[in-house]
Design a binder for this molecule. Sequence first.
Ligand SMILES: Cc1cc2nc3c(=O)[nH]c(=O)nc-3n(C[C@H](O)[C@H](O)[C@H](O)COP(=O)(O)O)c2cc1C
Length: 206
Amino acid sequence: MIHLDSLERRYRGNLINSLGGFKSICLVGTKNTLGNENLAIFSSLVHIGADPALCGLIVRPSIPPRNTLANILESRSYTINHIHESMIDQAHQTSAKYEASISEFETTGLKSEYKEGIYAPFVKESIIKFACEFVQKIDIEINGTSFIIGKIIDIIVPNEIIENDGFINIDKAGTITATGLDAYYTTSKIKRLSYAKPNSIAKLIS
Ligand SMILES: Cc1cc2nc3c(=O)[nH]c(=O)nc-3n(C[C@H](O)[C@H](O)[C@H](O)COP(=O)(O)O)c2cc1C
């Protein structure tokens, strides 16, 4: 048994941060109302629902608030961009605490791109990306984090990786996954199984 209370702080952080398994890792693109672009890596992206299409992000406490959170609250617009193997170093570097006036696009060399009707910048290098409109912020009292809920309003995914039933083969785009705050992994699909029912065994789809 590992007793959490006796652990050294950094060791405990690494242990707990990697305990929950592989995470959806993404780059969140935002822009404040002065026009300053921002890009930050997040591993807390969660699916909330498909209709309406909603996703969530956990933002850690900080004074002043993280640029990503401040920009989302200010502009209500943000983009979620998948990370590929060739982008790992640049994506990781976006976690450095840059001033609001410094664009992580400029410091890392990742390119911003804009789509009509979407205020926030996308990451050009990302193969799969989507735009969100801020819907709700839920403050989690126990540790000062905030849960940010966004409505998915636009999606960019190459047609060739979408199966006939709408399933996206994200491994074909080379999307990576992560654990903790510093370990990155490639992905490959093992299998897809049909909807599980109590009276029959799920079958192989692909
Ligand atoms: C792999 C990884 C995952 C991260 N995930 C999150 C996260 O889910 N939530 C969060 O608040 N910060 C997360 N961070 C830290 C942010 O990237 C970091 O605080 C960054 O400076 C925020 O930038 P901003 O001030 O431009 O918003 C993560 C860092 C790394 C390296």
